[in-house]
Structure formats: structure tokens, C-alpha cells
Design a protein around this ligand. Structure first.
Ligand SMILES: NC(=O)C1=CN([C@@H]2O[C@H](COP(=O)(O)OP(=O)(O)OC[C@H]3O[C@@H](n4cnc5c(N)ncnc54)[C@H](O)[C@@H]3O)[C@@H](O)[C@H]2O)C=CC1
Ligand SMILES: O=C([O-])CC(=O)C(=O)O
Length: 311
């Protein structure tokens, strides 16, 4: 099993560290345009092998896609993160070029790789990557956001209820932005509906905090988060490599599901060896469906910018 990570910055290097911990691959390649730093980070990680008892051979390369040849899974984290005061959508122009270039190079050397996009604005960058594959099965190109957003939502609920975060189960949908849709009706504490344990007022506060969860961290750190994003991307890689068929919210290409067409957006999917094995269509009520469609409108407006800028 060979895994490559494009972009060895905060999220990419953290994701590499998590993948190593999960013992998923024989070989892990870190690729970045930053000469020296990439090789150095990979060497540093590899030198933890005897301490942490793993056998994944980790190495770094500078912009050399041939080294990624025959990758089974590729994670793209290359691109700019936002700074305080910016929206994820402000990154579209520069990151679209980076993500599309990386995708074309990956496809050249690993046509069958499953591609996990992390770069922002997430849903539109995933679409941009899919466009650049020029005909790849859309179930093999998908984006990481929902696991992260759901993890934030679960952490806030666990804190509020003073319960283990492991007992909190939740799903959310929509774009990776302020219009994302956490779903209290599908949120439980080990099967106990959260609505029986938390007031609507408390839940609404948690939902608002979740929607702006990325921004909260950007404000605190001056750049965006990496520990939870790296772990979330590694969890997706694990589900693919182990063919574990876990149900996750993932940015997937929609072709009629939820009445939506020709866009990538967060929906519940089954993730396994072939990538997205199935998109699950929840029986949303009118209010939930309206929020999901509102979020889709927001994703579509950013997609329109991509279409105008990137032909
Ligand atoms: N989907 C999500 O939930 C999340 C997405 N992100 C996004 O992930 C991306 C990366 O974030 P960080 O790792 O914090 O940024 P970072 O700045 O720490 O790392 C980005 C890396 O990409 C590299 N890079 C730039 N152009 C490249 C190219 N053409 N080829 C290869 N590498 C290239 C840079 O040299 C840098 O090392 C950002 O766009 C950020 O917004 C971050 C957190 C969560
Ligand atoms: O907020 C950002 O820019 C990075 C990101 O997507 C997240 O942490 O959710």
C-alpha cells in the first residue's frame, strides 16, 4: 500500500504523522514545493519508526511527482490557508491552480488512486480536482470536511454534557462553510437523542459555534487548524485502505441525490476500497432539506467563480 500527501505544511505533515500511527502503508511520500523542508519533515518522521514501532517508509520529495507513482491513495493539502479576516472562498483563485496542477500530475503517475482533497474552499476545490482528472469516476475523488466539522460539533456537545466525546454520534451535511448543516435529529449520545438532553437554545448555540469552528481557530492562531483536519483526513485514508465501509460525511459528487446535481457537497457516504461506495439519502424533513439546499446554493455561487476563472 502506497500513500502520497501533496503539501507538507501543517495539515499535510500532521496527516502523515497520523497515517504512520495507524500503520496503514508500506510507503508514504510527502511532496511539496518547499525544497529541504519537505525532505526534512519526512526524515524526522521516519526517524521515529523504531521509537513508535512502525514500518511505513516515509520520504519527502520536492515537486517530483514520479516519486508518487502507483499510489493507492493521495491526499491533497497543497495550497494557502486563510488568515484572520479572510473567508475560505478568498483562496479560490490561487488554490484552484495548485489543486488542478497536483491532480493532473497525480493522474499521470497513479491513474487509479483515490484522491482526498483537503485544500480550501473545500467543496469547490474537490470539484476543481475532479475536473482536472478529465473523466475519472467521481466516486474516486472526494473531499474531507464533514468528519472535521462533525468532530467539532461532537466535542462541543461532549463538553456541554460532560460526557465522553466517544459517546457522541452525529452527522452533518452541506458545504464546508458558514452554511453547513449540523443535524440534531441525527445526533445521539450512545443512542439517546441529544434533543432529550440539551435544550433547543443550548443546541442552537453549539450549532452556531460549529459553523464558525474553523474561523474561531483562525482568529486564535493567525492561520487555520491542523491537528483535527490532519486526523480527519487520516481517518478517511484508513477507511479506504482497510475497506472498512464506515459511514462518514464526505464532500461527494451529487447526481440527483437530495435534488442536487453537478456539485460536490457534504453528504453521508459509505467509504471503502473503491472510494465512495454509496451516498446515503437521509429522510430529511422540510426544514432540514431547506437548509441543505441553502448550503448548496452557497457552494454553487463559489463554483460559478471557479467556472469563470478556470476554463
Ligand atoms: N478541508 C478542511 O477541513 C481543511 C482545509 N484546510 C486547507 O488545507 C490547506 C493547507 O493548510 P495548511 O496545511 O494549514 O497550510 P500550510 O501553509 O501549512 O501548508 C500548505 C503547503 O502547501 C504547499 N504548497 C503550495 N503550493 C504547492 C504546490 N504547487 N505543490 C505542492 N505543495 C504546495 C506549501 O509549500 C505548504 O507547505 C489550506 O488550503 C487550508 O485552508 C485546512 C484545514 C481544514
Ligand atoms: O477554517 C479554515 O480556513 C480551515 C478549515 O477549513 C477548518 O479548519 O475548518
Amino acid at each position: 500500500m502506497k500513500i502520497s500527501i501533496i503539501g507538507a505544511g501543517n495539515v499535510g505533515a500532521t496527516c502523515a504523522n497520523d497515517i504512520i500511527n495507524l500503520n496503514l502503508a508500506d510507503e508514504l511520500v510527502l511532496l511539496d514545493v518547499k525544497e529541504g523542508v519537505t525532505e526534512g519533515k519526512a526524515l524526522d518522521l521516519w526517524q521515529t519508526s523504531s521509537i513508535r514501532q512502525f514500518e511505513t517508509y516515509v520520504y519527502g520529495v520536492t515537486d517530483d511527482y514520479e516519486a508518487t507513482k502507483d499510489s493507492d491513495v493521495v491526499v491533497i493539502t497543497a495550497g494557502l490557508p486563510r488568515k484572520p479576516g479572510m473567508s475560505r472562498d478568498d483562496l479560490i483563485e490561487i488554490n484552484a491552480g495548485i489543486v488542478q496542477h497536483a491532480t493532473r500530475e497525480i493522474i499521470k503517475y497513479s491513474p487509479d488512486a483515490k484522491i482526498v482533497i483537503v485544500s480550501n474552499p473545500l467543496d469547490v476545490m474537490t470539484y476543481a480536482s475532479f475536473m482536472a482528472t478529465n473523466g475519472k469516476n467521481p466516486n474516486e475523488v472526494f473531499g474531507m470536511a464533514g468528519i472535521l466539522d462533525a468532530a467539532r460539533y461532537k466535542a462541543f456537545i461532549a463538553e456541554e454534557l460532560n460526557v465522553s466525546p466517544i459517546s457522541v454520534h452525529a452527522i452533518l451535511m452541506g458545504g464546508h462553510g458558514d452554511t453547513m448543516v449540523p443535524l440534531p435529529r441525527y445526533t445521539t449520545i450512545s443512542s439517546v437523542p441529544v434533543t432529550e438532553l440539551l435544550s433547543k437554545e443550548k443546541l442552537d448555540t453549539i450549532i452556531e459555534r460549529t459553523k464558525y469552528g474553523g474561523g474561531e481557530l483562525v482568529k486564535l492562531m493567525g492561520t487555520s487548524a491542523w491537528y483535527a483536519p490532519g486526523a480527519a483526513a487520516a481517518q478517511m485514508v484508513s477507511a479506504i485502505v482497510k475497506n472498512s465501509r464506515r459511514l462518514f460525511p464526505v464532500s461527494a459528487y451529487l447526481q440527483g441525490e437530495y435534488g442536487l446535481n453537478d456539485l460536490y457537497m457534504g453528504v453521508p457516504v459509505i467509504l471503502g476500497r473503491n472510494g465512495i461506495q454509496q451516498i446515503i439519502e437521509l429522510k430529511l424533513n422540510d426544514e432540514e432539506l431547506e437548509l441543505v439546499h441553502k448550503s448548496a446554493e452557497s457552494v454553487k455561487s463559489v463554483l460559478e467563480v471557479l467556472r469563470q476563472k478556470v476554463k
